[in-house]
Structures are given as structure tokens and as C-alpha cells.
Write a protein that binds this ligand. Structure first.
Ligand code: ATP
Ligand code: MG
Length: 216
């Protein structure tokens, strides 16, 4: 069997003396589509931050794309190849306009301005937000921001998606577009969500975080 894309071994994490994750093991293989559930404060976002290198564990080892990842430098490649959707869209969006936000990743990956703009158009079409390109990001509604945030992730064409509450605040019609995209175009993903209907439509396996442990 091929090595897992993401492997967490015996990971523990605490904020000060509040232990959130307690000796967690998790492997995600290419082609797996996994849902992550758990009550508010269970540690889902914390777990996703550890995968992306936005937090560092006090104990355990993280291997991603076959390599051990400990230092900040190790996560540069991770963030280029694994697309992360923040729970709070305002953490994702930092450019004045929608098109600049969506083009940011592709430009960073070496695309030309013309190529990046083509990706912006394609991505907006996928999510039904054509015509949003010149809108001012901070003036968008919550749900609109959610779609643009997701567009910034899709535009990177990542190997694997790590999505924190992608359907939160999104209307039924637009959730359908997200489901369709994920089912048809995304091979590997981990989605943290409270939306059981959404997970039913998008994942094959659900894991639960409870009292610092993963229940399979
Ligand atoms: N920066 C921080 N400093 C201290 N405690 C924190 C910090 N961030 C999160 N926590 C605490 O860690 C716990 C886990 O938080 P986390 O955001 O991972 O939960 P979650 O499962 O994503 O919850 P939700 O479903 O509400 O998004 C919570 O009790 C939270 O209050
Ligand atoms: Mg969370």
C-alpha cells in the first residue's frame, strides 16, 4: 500500500493547561474522503491547524506527502499542495477585491497574470459567483464570503482539501454547487462539519473527535 498523504502519529496538543488533543492517530490516503465531526470546542479546528502547520503539537509526529514536518519551513510545500479552508472566511480573504483574492494563490504558484485571471473566471463559474470578480471582498455577505474563500482554495488546484465548515452559512442552492464540485473534481479531502446532510453527500467515512480522542 502507498504511504498515506497525511499521517498524524501520537499527537497531543494543549492550549496552556487545556488539553484539546490526546495522543491522536490519523492517516489519510489518496482517494479518501473523510468527515470530521464533534461538538463545539471538541478540537476539530485545532486538529486541522496542526495538519497545516498553523499550530505545533507538544507531542507526536506529523508526516505529510511522505516527509516529516516539524519546522515552519517544512509546511511551505504542504500549504502549496494541500488546500485549507479556514472556518472564519475573514482569515482567508485579505485582498481588496474578489479577483485579487482568488488570483493570489495561482500567481504565487508561478502562473502568469493572464493564466491566473482565467483560473479566476473558471473558479467563479464552478461556484456560481460569476460577476463577483470586481466586488470588494469586505463588503460581501457571510455566505458570499464563504464561497469566495472556497474559490481561493479551489483555484490552487490542491492535491487534497482540508475544509473547516465549508457549508456554514451557505444556502441550499450553493451548497449543491459545492457538493457537485467536491464529488466530481476533488479526490481526497477531510471536512470538519456540523452539517450531517452535507457530509452524507460528500464523504465515505466519518470520524468523531470526543474528549481529545478520535473515534472511528
Ligand atoms: N487560541 C486559543 N487559546 C486558548 N484556547 C483555545 C484557542 N483556540 C481554541 N481554544 C480552545 O480549544 C478548544 C478546541 O477549539 P477548536 O476551535 O479546535 O474546536 P472545534 O471543534 O473546531 O469547535 P467548533 O465546532 O465550535 O468550531 C475549545 O475549547 C477552544 O475554546
Ligand atoms: Mg472549529
Amino acid at each position: 500500500m502507498k504511504a498515506p498523504l497525511i499521517s498524524l502519529k501520537d499527537i497531543s496538543f494543549s492550549y496552556g493547561d487545556r488539553k484539546v488533543l490526546d495522543s491522536i492517530n490519523l492517516e489519510i490516503y489518496e482517494g479518501e474522503r473523510i468527515g470530521l465531526i464533534g461538538s463545539n470546542g471538541a478540537g476539530k479546528t485545532t486538529l486541522l491547524y496542526l495538519i497545516m502547520g498553523l499550530l505545533k503539537p507538544q507531542k507526536g509526529a506529523i508526516e505529510i506527502l511522505g516527509k516529516g514536518r516539524t519546522k515552519e519551513k517544512d509546511f511551505i510545500e504542504v500549504r502549496q499542495k494541500i488546500g485549507f479552508l479556514f472556518q472564519d472566511s475573514d482569515n482567508q480573504l485579505f485582498c481588496p477585491t474578489v479577483k485579487e483574492d482568488i488570483a493570489f494563490g495561482p500567481l504565487n504558484l508561478g502562473k502568469t497574470k493572464k493564466e491566473a485571471m482565467e483560473i479566476v473566471r473558471e473558479t467563479c463559474k464552478i461556484l456560481g459567483i460569476e460577476g463577483f470578480e470586481d466586488r470588494v471582498t469586505y463588503k460581501l455577505s457571510g455566505g458570499e464570503k464563504r464561497l469566495v474563500a472556497l474559490a481561493t482554495v479551489i483555484a490552487m488546484k490542491p492535491l487534497c482539501f482540508i475544509l473547516d465548515e465549508p457549508s456554514a452559512g451557505v444556502d441550499e442552492n450553493n451548497v449543491e454547487k459545492i457538493v457537485k464540485y467536491l464529488k466530481n473534481n476533488a479526490k481526497t479531502y477531510l471536512i470538519a462539519s456540523h452539517d450531517r446532510e452535507f457530509l452524507k453527500d460528500t464523504v465515505e467515512k466519518i470520524i468523531t473527535l470526543e474528549k481529545g480522542k478520535i473515534k472511528y
